[in-house]
Design a protein around this ligand. Structure first.
Ligand SMILES: Cc1cc2nc3c(=O)[nH]c(=O)nc-3n(C[C@H](O)[C@H](O)[C@H](O)COP(=O)(O)OP(=O)(O)OC[C@H]3O[C@@H](n4cnc5c(N)ncnc54)[C@H](O)[C@@H]3O)c2cc1C
Length: 248
């Protein structure tokens, strides 16, 4: 989806290729509309507060003042997914940001990127920053052949598509097996592993524990967690991250 309009006049670009924005959705029945004062909206009863969701900046075109965001929709559920499914030209959305933390290190020879549909916007944006002469290895988990995207990279790109059999269960074993099948030098790799919590955790364990990838060359982020809404996930996320640190 491409967002534009004068509200983006002051949008700052980011150096990070996994840059994301906080989208702020107005809950049904709330007595305010975009644009609104967030602090003021938060003086209302809790159920009327803006509902935040993080989404990647797939592309920012400052000349056209156009911000592209790729939403994964997952049935008619989820504040963001539902909004995106029903959005029409002229609809308005409030956002804050961007922030981010990863960019392929141009001094390293191999760039490994692993993720599901929610991470594909960041993977696609990051591939554009892999220089010619470097190698990019992508392992992407999607529903089936229909979920595969065309990915471009100035470097030498190899993509492995992993098809999940069901969304109800983690596909961590299949994802780890696909990464395990790839050869790369542990001392010359920069790795990006973002997506579902259980799946990113398994790949992290494999890369640090079995492959000897240095911790500082690994960017891991559990963007979402199966069966959890984002609110529920954010409540327990710091405990989860602490637990993940004890794996390896
Ligand atoms: C930094 C960052 C960047 C992100 N970038 C993107 C992006 O560019 N595109 C994108 O689509 N997502 C992205 N995400 C993930 C997105 O924020 C979450 O998936 C979020 O939960 C979606 O909100 P929702 O309101 O649609 O669903 P929620 O209300 O949070 O959840 C409703 C139900 O849908 C399930 N669900 C949530 N996400 C998914 C999913 N991806 N697939 C299947 N089921 C799901 C939940 O487990 C829950 O059962 C990003 C997350 C982070 C932290």
């Amino acid at each position: 989806m491409v967002l534009d309009g004068p509200g983006l006049d002051d949008f700052a670009s980011s150096d990070s290729t996994d840059a994301y924005v906080n989208l702020l959705f107005v809950p049904p029945g709330a007595p305010y509309a975009v644009p609104y004062d967030v602090a003021e909206a938060r003086t209302l009863p809790r159920e009327q507060w803006p509902v935040p969701r993080r989404f990647t900046v797939r592309r920012w075109d400052s000349a056209q003042r156009a911000l592209t965001i790729d939403f994964v929709t997952h049935g008619d559920t989820g504040t963001a997914g539902r909004w995106a499914m029903h959005a029409r030209p002229g609809d308005r959305l409030q956002l804050a940001g961007p922030s981010g933390g990863y960019r392929p290190d141009p001094d390293l020879g191999t760039h490994l990127m692993v993720g599901d549909e929610s991470a594909l916007p960041a993977i696609a944006a990051s591939l554009e920053a892999v220089p010619a002469g470097a190698r990019a290895l992508v392992v992407a988990l999607v529903e089936g052949p229909g979920g595969e995207l065309d990915l471009d990279c100035p470097g030498d790109l190899t993509v492995t598509w992993v098809h999940r059999s069901t969304l109800d269960q983690p596909a961590d074993d299949a994802l780890v097996a696909a990464v395990a099948a790839l050869g790369f030098p542990a001392d010359d790799v920069h790795a990006f592993v973002h997506g579902e919590a259980v799946e990113t955790r398994a790949v992290r364990r494999h890369l640090l524990g079995d492959r000897g990838v240095p911790r500082e060359r690994l960017s891991v982020s559990p963007y979402w967690r199966r069966t959890f809404t984002d609110e529920r996930w954010r409540e327990v996320k710091s405990d989860w991250l602490r637990e993940v640190e004890t794996d390896v």
